[in-house]
Unconditional design. Structure first.
Length: 564
């Protein structure tokens, strides 16, 4: 079916609303959405859900989706964040054409809208400071009190607001408020602030403005100016919907979008509050916004997550009306599922143990033809050198193994991946620590095919690399950033829940020589070890890898158990 055919797409309550609007011709059959991030931080996996929803709905109904920077607060907003948003939305696979907008594009029009509300007696300049406004607002059970400045004349309000615009007054001394209803059961409608004085430099408009519109005022009007039909936002804005409608109705604007709220993404073992992410970065608990432990798209991207996996995850969790905590294992499953298809298989040893094959010729080097993917012959193969001295994974050998240990041990035989049978004969230990530093083995030259002519079998196959030919590599093993499923639950500071083992750096790893020119961002499955991505810190001949995911898939086991 066509991507633009609604019947080919999954349904949910948002799409049901849109379907009804199309049937009733509410917006002339049009569907126009927008993704409106604030450029005061890097976009994260929660934003990805909104991106996929807004752009996905637009594509499904043959409509448009705008990208709009909600840059109404110059504090903390930077071009760096704008560029990160643009780059990562593109990376996710979405295109807004020539429809990149900024709330700051509309500052002149928003100012005129504010003047119009004053002329209609629907807005006034208030001299109460922020604390007093909060005090006058009332509570959920008690109505608010009217500001003593509420009944200023239209002429006085126009004069004061224009003087606010010219910078005559200090920050925090005056605000422009909508005149609605201080007794409304919805606190949002109790004369909300529309403009505040903030003499701060704006990354786009410089010092041209010293008053800036509040989100609730700017957002609905920006939507209207762009002829948006469906303003899809997260659940915390549900109480703001009457205010959204009030501004548009009071100004009698022809374009009146419908605001629809959905539950934001809450992910286990993660924080998605931008304020707390900033705290992690500025407190140096992580190595920046693109640290692979961060839930930012830049961090997930650097870790090796694919846009396809993230889009698949967003589609699977769907949209709901109530908040819930999504298990992070589902996201990890989507990543494994995607990389299982696309990641070439290679050999890498993370904790090397030296192996000498005593009956193998010292000057002989063979080459094994190893496929990049067992189910995808079109991916081809590469030649992997084999020699007398190898490295195997230290965990694949035990001198005194327990009963159910089937890998290499004294007197025991295993199969080398793509190669010979190998039997342990002896071990060499460090005289001071008694640690095993070298294993001496023999090989059976008749088993190059992976099978023994006499029919004998072995219990395990282990991976390896040739000591002479392998590259030194740094491997960074990432784990979840937090030790508890909900770091924000309870009274404890979320920083207390940080996982001290969220990063382990291994500097003595060995990887096969074919990875010498692996490009940053490329994915591989290290056989038996997991999925890894080449980090941007890599250089030719000195690769650095990030562990994207282990091979163990908890979500697959949970899903399978649920079917039974």
């Amino acid at each position: 079916m066509s991507q633009n055919d609604p019947s080919s797409q999954p349904s949910d309550f948002i799409r049901e609303i849109i379907d009804e609007h199309i049937r009733s011709n509410r917006f002339g059959g049009r569907v126009a959405t927008r993704f409106p991030p604030e450029p005061n931080g890097y976009p994260h996996i929660g934003h990805a859900k909104s991106v996929c929803l807004n752009f996905g709905i637009a594509a499904q109904y043959g409509g448009t989706c705008n990208l709009r920077m909600d840059d109404t607060d110059p504090s903390g907003e930077t071009l760096e964040y704008v560029e990160s948003i643009i780059d990562n939305v593109k990376w996710l696979g979405f295109d807004w054409g020539d429809r990149l907008y900024y709330a700051s594009d509309y500052y002149d029009q928003l100012y005129e809208f504010a003047l119009e509300l004053i002329r209609r007696g629907k807005a006034y300049v208030c001299d109460l400071n922020a604390d007093r406004i909060r005090e006058y607002r009332g509570t959920l059970t008690e109505p608010g009190r009217e500001s003593p400045y509420r009944d200023r004349s239209i002429e006085e309000n126009l004069d004061l607001f224009r003087r606010m615009r010219t910078g005559e007054f200090a920050d925090g001394t005056r605000v422009l408020r909508a005149k609605i209803d201080m007794a409304s059961p919805n606190i949002t409608l109790r004369d909300p602030v529309m403009y505040r004085i903030k003499k701060a430099f704006h990354y786009r408009t410089g010092d041209r403005w010293c008053i800036y519109p509040m989100y609730d005022f700017a957002h609905c009007l920006s939507d209207s100016l762009e002829n948006i039909t469906h303003s899809i936002c997260t659940l915390e804005f549900e109480n703001n919907r009457p205010l959204y409608d009030w501004f548009l109705d009071t100004l009698e604007l022809e374009s009146h979008p419908r605001q629809i709220e959905f539950a934001r993404l809450n992910l286990s073992y993660t924080v998605l509050s931008k304020r707390r992410l900033i705290e992690l970065v500025e407190g140096h608990y992580v190595r920046g916004w693109d640290d692979p432990r961060m839930p930012t798209l830049a961090g997930l991207r650097r870790r090796g997550y694919t846009p396809e996996a993230i889009r698949n995850f967003c589609e699977r969790i769907g949209v709901a009306k109530n908040d819930s905590l999504i298990d992070i294992t589902l996201l990890e499953h989507c990543v494994r599922e995607d990389l299982n298809d696309r990641a070439p298989r290679v050999l890498a040893v993370l904790q090397p143990l030296r192996v000498v094959i005593v009956n193998y010729p010292e000057d002989l080097v063979e080459e094994f033809d190893c496929p990049y993917h067992p189910q995808r012959p079109e991916m081809g193969s590469r030649k992997v050198p084999f020699s007398r001295v190898l490295y195997i994974e230290r965990d694949d050998f035990l001198e005194n193994p327990p009963k159910k240990f089937f890998r290499l041990a004294p007197g025991r035989e295993v199969r080398l991946r793509y190669g010979y049978f190998l039997k342990c004969l002896d071990v060499i230990k460090d005289p001071e620590t008694a640690e095993v530093v070298e294993v001496h083995c023999s090989y059976d030259p008749e088993t190059r095919s992976g099978f023994a002519p006499d029919g004998r079998k072995v219990d395990a196959t282990i991976h390896w690399v040739s000591a002479e030919h392998a590259l030194h590599a740094e491997v960074r093993l990432y784990d979840r950033l937090f030790q508890v499923a909900n770091p924000l639950e309870g009274k404890a500071d979320f920083i207390e829940h940080l996982n001290p083992k969220s990063l382990e750096i291994l500097k003595s790893c060995r990887v096969e020589a074919s990875l010498a020119t692996a490009a940053p961002g490329s994915w591989f499955q290290f056989e038996r070890m997991g999925y890894f991505c080449v980090d941007k810190d890599s250089s030719p001949g000195n690769p650095v890898f990030n562990r994207t995911a282990t091979l163990r898939d908890s979500w697959a086991k949970i899903a399978e158990k649920g079917k039974k």
